[in-house]
Write a protein that binds this ligand. Structure first.
Ligand SMILES: O=C(O)c1ccc(O)c(O)c1
Ligand SMILES: [Mg+2]
Length: 628
């Protein structure tokens, strides 16, 4: 089979924030080849269409389409004649803009007639006038169109109109939102009638199509619609025009346009891989989190070291050439980095004591780096001393580094980089179970794309977690057959734990690290003996737990005595877990025991945890100098 060359990329101005020049600049600098000029962006611009054309030429952007032209077809006179005049005026604009294609979306006008032959006659006339100027027209079914809402109805009109300057525009959202598909399009529609393609994804929501479309569209890969099969089918039918993104999204409109444009281009690179067009370096096997690295200064390193020591961590190594400590409990590693002039130091200045890097174990780091580059993510390599390991890092959307550690049969060789001081002792932890991040509302979709497109993580079902001061929405991303678990938490309220984290640290980042233990009860007893700042859980919780799960009295007493939280899934898998108070209102730790294949995160207990943390934090926060 011959692999066709990749199709030109394009993005609609409506996807991006800012003025028209900002939008063009962002699209061009992200690497798009084409731009859809959304009419409103032209109307609000105080230059001429010719100025827009020149800006696009300077930025190497082709104007792929001018859109939308609304409420055109099947109107009674005199609106019919007026609409054709209106079209002529828009043709003038198109010529000045330097595009030959206009999109007409299906009419929502109450007076539009339900007669496809009338619509076809109008389109024949419009296309005829367009073709006299070397222009073309394409017709798109809006999911909420008055008489035309499906692509087959739009095709029926285009077929009847039978004019070479008239074709179809397909938009994945309008088709997929109605639960429709492109079934049979290759048999019915000749390729030369497939004029334009708009790509958009969206989360599954139950709401009317118009509100869904105008506020919740996403780039392909960020939502849940089957956009890749949609594209594959259209390519099989012979579509050869641009791949153009058309996203109406409230957060995109407010976010920095360059980040959003970059994500858009990434989504198309990923989509072309999904449909087998332009393969990327394959995703290597991921097998867990080798370490979590904190950016600290000397003072914070002391306090944080004390904090984690209450969970049984011990300092086991010092870096051979840098101010970096390795703390370990069993197979869980924490790195405390206070080295000046490093990525960690930069992170510390911007965010204070916080997680600046995660290290994933990967069977082929170089291949993942190549994939990251193909997806336009930035790569970081830290300055190293002689003989030390060079560990590649990838920048996450908030600037946190994801280091890639070569997975080997044995544990990675920390000896290269660290003087190990206290080997041999084992605090018994089995590793890092999951790492949750707090993300500001406008950043979530960037993370979703990062996790899915780069690492191939799959999203778990979303959860609403009620904090006493607002709702936290949570969604975990899972990879490596469950070895890698990364919940993302977002809150519109600045007063929730998640919201306060985001403002305290000026950005996104890790606010919770869970360690896997063999026996939660033993782990709690040991931590309590070290005066760990564990949360107090109210008696009401255990009352309800007993009622919900029918736990035996002695088991319930065992849990409540230790303030252990408990969850059980439908197939009997059990989760026992305990949380600490937060470290300076920033992040907190958890110890978890999983049995019977439990795969969740105890989401049912999150509200109990958040309320307990607020009680705790409004009293004495654990600052490291003293516990409880
Ligand atoms: O929401 C709209 O009106 C609208 C306009 C033009 C489009 O291409 C579209 O998909 C939707
Ligand atoms: Mg559209």
């Amino acid at each position: 089979m011959t692999v066709s060359p990749r199709l030109p990329t394009s993005i609609a101005t409506v996807c991006l924030s800012g003025t028209l020049p900002d939008k063009l600049e962002a699209a061009s600098s992200a690497g798009f080849e084409g731009i859809e000029i959304f009419e409103n962006d032209l109307l609000t611009f105080d230059g001429t269409p010719g100025d827009v054309r020149r800006m696009c030429e300077d930025l190497d952007l082709a104007v792929t389409i001018f859109q939308p032209f609304r409420d055109f077809e099947a109107m009674p006179e005199p609106q019919r004649a007026r609409n054709l005049d209106r079209a002529e005026r828009k043709f003038d604009t198109m010529q000045a803009l330097g595009t030959d294609l206009i999109l007409v979306c299906s009419s929502v006008h109450p007076a539009a007639l339900p007669e496809p032959e009338r619509a076809a006659a109008d389109f024949h006339e419009m296309a005829d006038r367009a073709s006299r100027r070397g222009l073309r027209v394409c017709y798109e079914a809006l999911a909420w169109g008055r008489h035309v809402s499906r692509w087959r109805q739009a095709w029926d009109v285009v077929r009847r109109a039978d004019h070479p300057a008239l074709g179809l525009c397909l938009d994945s959202f309008h088709t997929l939102a109605l639960g429709d598909d492109l079934g049979g399009i290759a048999a019915d529609v000749p390729p030369e009638k497939l004029f334009f393609l708009q790509l958009a994804d969206a989360p599954m929501l139950s709401m009317d199509a118009l509100s869904w479309s105008r506020h919740h569209r996403l780039f392909p890969g960020q939502g849940e619609l089957p956009v890749a099969p949609f594209l594959a089918e259209l390519l099989a039918a012979g579509y050869a025009g641009p791949l153009s993104l058309e996203i109406f999204n409230d957060e995109f409109r407010a976010a920095p346009s360059r980040r959003i444009a970059r994500d858009g281009l990434r989504s198309l690179v990923w989509l072309e891989e999904q449909v087998g067009r332009a393969p990327l370096p394959a995703i290597p096997a991921l097998s867990g989190i080798e370490f979590v690295e904190f950016a600290v200064d000397a003072e914070a390193a002391g306090a944080l070291g004390h904090f984690v020591s209450t969970l049984g961590f011990r300092r086991v190594g010092r870096h051979r050439s840098k101010e970096v400590e390795l703390w370990r409990n069993g197979d869980a590693n924490l790195v405390l980095n206070s080295e000046a002039d490093s990525a960690a130091a930069e992170h510390f200045i911007q965010h204070g004591p916080s997680v600046c890097a995660l290290a994933f174990r990967v069977d082929d780091p170089a291949r993942l780096v190549a994939r990251a580059e193909a997806l336009h993510y930035s790569i970081w390599s830290e300055r190293i001393g002689a003989g030390e390991s060079s560990i590649p890092g990838i920048r996450a959307p908030d600037g946190t580094l994801i280091y890639l550690i070569q997975e080997t049969a044995a544990r990675p060789n920390w000896e290269n980089d660290f003087h190990l001081e206290a080997e041999g002792q084992d605090g018994g932890m089995l590793g890092i179970d999951h790492v949750a991040q707090a993300v500001p509302p406008g950043m979530v979709d960037s993370y979703v794309l990062f996790f899915r497109a780069l690492f191939g993580l799959t999203p778990d079902s979303p959860w609403d977690l009620p904090d006493p001061y607002g709702l936290v929405r949570s969604r975990a991303f899972i990879g490596g057959e469950g070895c890698l678990r990364l919940p993302l938490n977002v809150s519109e309220s600045g007063r929730t734990g998640t919201g306060r984290f985001v403002s305290a640290t000026a950005g996104a980042g890790v606010h919770h690290i869970a360690f896997l233990v063999r026996d939660a009860a033993k782990a709690v007893d040991a931590a309590a003996a070290r005066a760990a700042p564990l949360l107090d859980i109210p008696a009401n919780y255990y009352e309800d737990l007993g009622a919900r799960f029918g736990l035996a009295e002695d088991e319930l007493a065992m849990l409540s005595r230790r303030h252990l939280l408990y969850d059980r899934d439908a197939s009997g898998g059990v989760y026992r877990h305990v949380y600490t108070a937060s470290y300076r209102d920033r992040f907190f730790l958890e110890m978890v025991e999983r049995s019977g294949g439990y795969a969740g995160f105890g989401a049912a207990n999150a509200s109990i945890r958040m309320a307990a943390q607020r009680r705790r934090d409004s009293g004495a926060d654990f600052g490291g100098a003293e516990s409880s």
